[in-house]
Design a protein around this ligand. Sequence first.
Ligand code: SF4
Length: 258
Amino acid sequence: MSSFYDPVIRHIAIEKLVTRTGSEGLERKYYRIRPARWYGGTVTADCVGCGLLCRFCWVSDAVMNRPHDVGKFYTPRKVAESLISLAKKCDLKLLRPSGGEPTIGKQHLLALLENLEGKGYHFILETNGILIAYDNDYAESLAKYNFIHVRVSLKGCSEEEFTLLTGAKPEGFLLQIKALKQLVDAKVSCHPSVMASFSSNMSLQSLIERIGQISPKLAEEIEIEELILYPHVIQRLRNYKLKYYTGYSPKKVPPEQI
Ligand code: SF4
């Protein structure tokens, strides 16, 4: 029997821990709302919970392994108000969820977008794409919001690398690719990024060709992600004996990666 976990089943299991039904709809756990330097400045709501266990993930052990103990439940309205209030204070126009997988709790995410619509902000949805591929209506639901852009973060360049980096079944990589196709088909603004610190050039090239079969434009737009070597990330990589080709110390991330 395979010792790898099923990424869809794990997302659904985590969803039960980090969402709950409240009087204003589905609430989701978050542990922080903060300004961040990425994309030239964003206001970021760090949600709790992800269905993958990436071995290079930057979140703390507590957030990754004990989602039931971390953060507090927010209504979609409260997250929207907190994001907008901080954006006004910091004079920023870009909002994003991070910290976990924001597509967990679909009704919460859609209600959050509903609360942000028409307020003059852009919204970056960074996702691993697993639930977008699993739920055939997800991409169509996102297509209603023209102020969003989806960044599908691929975990390596192939099925083998996906399993090496996440510990999940290799079929999960196909779901990541499928998510891109569903977003393109639904005409949602999107691009792929890839954690390429563990990949050879040959592997990267073969991914680019594979993405090109969905859309040549997507292949041109692939963003290369590289490791940020926070001390706890280095420790995790050591624990898994994972060798990487490239990575940056947190204070020396090149401007093009920010
Ligand atoms: S998909 Fe993102 S949030 Fe989830 S474990 Fe991987 S890097 Fe962390």
